[in-house]
Design a protein around this ligand. Structure first.
Ligand SMILES: C[S@@+](CC[C@H](N)C(=O)[O-])C[C@H]1O[C@@H](n2cnc3c(N)ncnc32)[C@H](O)[C@@H]1O
Length: 186
């Protein structure tokens, strides 16, 4: 485990900075996500941090739930949270509800990719949206995060992993320090 997987680091960041730093390209990724959401959607935001994605999507969907392993990030996220937003402490393994869309913003590199996609395949219905925004490997390295889950977030490799997990990639775009991908559960 790298220190970037330790909830204590994120707790400290929540207390000292009010949340995780916003990665360049995140605004474009949010626009691409919003364009794919419908009013009836139930969204799961994995590693929601202080809740920027929850707040951005809440008015466009029926419900949004954020999960995170950092109590202090969640405390921040709950401040002025939208009425249709809920939060819980834990990981994807602790979540047992159904959703129509799952989003991972700046968090996939903390997780075991194959296990995450396998679990999301169970949670999402056929055609359900999986949306990922992730910084490039080199960006993380520049910031001293040598997390063992870091893998090159390239279209070829990412599409292969998703397809072998039962998802079809419908769009992949490089933006800012990283890229976003939208995929549908088969
Ligand atoms: C870089 S921050 C991103 C936060 C938010 N998604 C954003 O874009 O601002 C990573 C977040 O993932 C959380 N996290 C790390 N490992 C996690 C896990 N296994 N399950 C859920 N959340 C996790 C951290 O506590 C932190 O809040």
């Amino acid at each position: 485990m790298s220190e970037h997987d330790d909830p204590a680091l994120w707790d400290r960041m929540a207390r000292e900075q009010g949340g995780a730093p916003s990665a360049q390209g995140m605004a474009e990724a949010l626009d691409a996500l919003l364009a794919r959401l419908s009013p009836g959607d139930r969204v799961l935001d994995i590693g929601c941090g202080s809740g920027p994605v929850v707040r951005a999507v809440a008015s466009q969907v029926a419900h949004v739930h954020g999960i995170d392993t950092s109590p202090d990030m969640l405390q921040r996220a709950r401040v002025d949270a939208p009425r249709n937003a809920t939060f819980s402490l834990g990981t994807l393994d602790d979540f047992d509800d159904t959703v129509t869309c799952a989003v991972l913003f700046n968090v996939l590199h903390h997780l075991d990719e194959a296990a995450t996609f396998a679990r999301l395949h169970e949670i999402l219905p056929s055609g359900g949206l999986l949306f990922v925004f992730e910084a490039r490997h080199e960006h993380h390295q520049e910031h001293g995060d040598e997390n063992p889950h870091h893998v090159p977030f390239t279209p070829a490799r990412f599409c292969k992993v998703l397809e072998s997990s039962g998802f079809a990639v419908e769009a992949f775009e490089e933006v800012g320090v990283g890229a976003w991908a939208a995929a549908r559960r088969g």
